[in-house]
Ligand binder design. Sequence first.
Ligand code: NAG
Length: 205
Amino acid sequence: MMAASRGLPRILLIFSLVLNSTIGADTGCDDWTLNGNDVCCKRCKPGNRLVESCGRDPEKLCIPCEPDTYITSHEFHCLRCTQCIGKQFTLKPCTISSDTVCGCKAGYRCGNDKCSFCVTECKEGEEPTKERSCRKCPEGKFNDKIHSMCKEWRKSCPDGQTLVKGNVTSDSINILLHNLMFLSTIFVTEPKQEPLPVLTDKKGK
Ligand SMILES: *[C@@H]1O[C@H](CO)[C@@H](O)[C@H](O)[C@H]1NC(C)=O
């Protein structure tokens, strides 16, 4: 009993929201000028297309797009909603005032700004090709990021350092010769416990 009486207003609310977004949606002209006894429409309400430029009733100059079509402020006709297909999925459904927004499934990337097609996402150590596939970084190049171009290994090395060749996912690295010697001190020989230097004032002066 309690549940039913609480549920009813909610159902009515949902029903009126659905009704509002379809039938009760804003229809007609949004901005018009007076022309004698008529009005002439300058801009339809969002999701509406112009049916007549001028008339008595601004509500009747524009009508909403039919289901599965949409119109933006840049168009004069309702356009068919894009369908997301293949490796695409629907990120945002079509509305009367905006086209569908597609995304690409895991492992794929949008191939252009509008995401009208998907391409394979390239892994680290690879780069995308013009043919919309991926190839391994060529010798001498690396890529530590997904779906980007391979870069050249560093070639030069400051004095006192040695260059360790990279691979497809890592750049070459510079290692200080000093560090190499330091490491060998730790791992090869026991470091000698040096006595702390004694600081003396104005020594040698
Ligand atoms: C490339 O080098 C890095 C760092 O030395 C190493 O962690 C990685 O496993 C190497 N990858 C390949 C594919 O050899």
